[in-house]
Structures are given as structure tokens and as C-alpha cells.
Design a protein around this ligand. Sequence first.
Ligand SMILES: NC(=O)c1ccc[n+]([C@@H]2O[C@H](COP(=O)([O-])OP(=O)(O)OC[C@H]3O[C@@H](n4cnc5c(N)ncnc54)[C@H](O)[C@@H]3O)[C@@H](O)[C@H]2O)c1
Length: 255
Amino acid sequence: MRSMLDGRTAVITGAAGGIGAAAARVFSAHGARLVLADVDVEGGRQAADAVVKSGGEAVFVRADVTSENDVAALVREAVSHYGRLDCAFNNASVDGETAPLHESTRENWERVLRVNLTGAWLCMKHEIAQMLRQGGGAIVNTSSVAGLVGLGATPQSAYFAAKHGLVGLTRQAALEYAGQHVRVNAVCPGAVRTPLLESAIRAEVITERDAVSYTPVQRLASPEEIAEAAAWLCSDLSSFVTGQAVPVDGGWTAQ
Ligand SMILES: NC(=O)c1ccc[n+]([C@@H]2O[C@H](COP(=O)([O-])OP(=O)(O)OC[C@H]3O[C@@H](n4cnc5c(N)ncnc54)[C@H](O)[C@@H]3O)[C@@H](O)[C@H]2O)c1
């Protein structure tokens, strides 16, 4: 039986840990050949090695998504290695400082917007250019429940603004390319057990109990549960889905 990403080439950013590393395992299990990108070279190489050890195909490229040169080189690497780029999971992110808006710094605002929003825009710019050259493709951006609703208990205005912006960017890009066989969607995870959430718990941005209490299914997600949704959105099984911000949040935003 064919797997849903058989023969597809996928770029995954933020692939060194958490949801990105889980996506490497999940996309590979569904048949994709991977180019993994991150600024964390050790974690990124480990993620690629793990895929190769389990019989898949993956290369790691050090790429900072805020650098247009790095992003252009990343897409070129996918094409030179595998001949094409079918899917992209733009997932790299930083959460930035936790402080009420009036006490937060402009440096933090600019850094979080640069990585989480400009970085995704740069990735899409180069990925879409390649997808148009070859006749189509599918892009999935990682937004968040923080891209759909606010949360007073978590003072991270830059992160929430960037993730909301990413939903708008996803919708607009989907419409600009809807007639050219490029689909663009976002996944909006709720609370997922990853290094990002664990550091937020350590920094007392959020308690695990609170994260669970926002979640009707009463538990955290595994990173694989988010990765499976992204893999589906990258595959032809979701061929009529574009411009959507899909909550994968255990019911958080249904309340
Ligand atoms: N963990 C959660 O509960 C949760 C909830 C909602 C949304 N998300 C989103 O899911 C995505 C993955 O988060 P995670 O929890 O796996 O976090 P994580 O911190 O484990 O992963 C983020 C990755 O992005 C990489 N990165 C940071 N800046 C980069 C840059 N400039 N260029 C390239 N790579 C860079 C980091 O090195 C890291 O490997 C993020 O977009 C995050 O906002 C996570």
C-alpha cells in the first residue's frame, strides 16, 4: 500500500527538536524524503541521523530562517539533492520573553516577529517560487492556539501577534496561489509536550496544570499528534483544503 507522502520531498524547519523532530519521524514514516533545517546543528544532525537509521532519507542543512541567503540555499539544497520540493513544514520559532506588553522590550518584539513571522514569509517566498517552477506543492506553517485566541495568563504579546500574523499570511498566500496548485495551510497546536513548553513551564510562563486545564481532552498533546496533522495537510489526502488554520488543540479553541 502506498503511504501518503511516498516519493515526496519535504523541507522541515525547526527540525532539531520538539514538533519539528517528530515531524521528521512522521513524514519519513509516511514515505517522504527530507531536508531538515535548524540553527541547532547538533539537534538537527541527530534528527536526520534518526531518520536514516530507521531506513528513511534525510539530510540536515544549517539554516537560520531569518537569513534570506540561508533560506534560498535550503530550497536549492532540496532541489539539488532530490530534484524537487513538494512539501514544506515551516515550523521554526522562538517564544521570546514573558512580560506584560508595557514592560516588554522592543528587541524582543523585533526578534520574535523576525523569526516567527518574517522567517516563515522568507521560507514561503523561496518554497513557492520552486513549487511554481515544478507545477505545485503544499505548505504548512506552524501557528498556534496563540494565533487564534489570546490568553491573558500568558503575557507574550509578540508571540501572540506573530502567530496571529502567520494565520493571516497563510490565508493570503493560499488565495494568491490557489489557481496554481500550491496549497497553504497552518496547524494551530494547543499545549504540546516539547522543549518549548517545558522551558515555558520552568520559566513559570504557564503551569502544566493550567495547560491541561485549558484543554478539554485533559492532557498535553504529543509532538507526533501535531506532526500527523501537518503530514496530512502536506499530502494529497487534503487536496481540497487550503487557506485554513487547523486547530490541533484537544478542543482548546472549541470552548
Ligand atoms: N510546544 C507547544 O506547546 C506549542 C504550542 C503551540 C505552537 N507551538 C509551535 O510549534 C512549533 C515548534 O515548537 P516546539 O514546541 O517544537 O519548540 P522547540 O523550541 O522545541 O522547536 C523550535 C525549533 O526552532 C528552531 N529555531 C529557532 N529559531 C530558529 C531560526 N532562526 N532558524 C531556524 N530554526 C530556528 C529551534 O532551534 C528549535 O529546534 C513552533 O512554531 C511553536 O511556536 C508549540
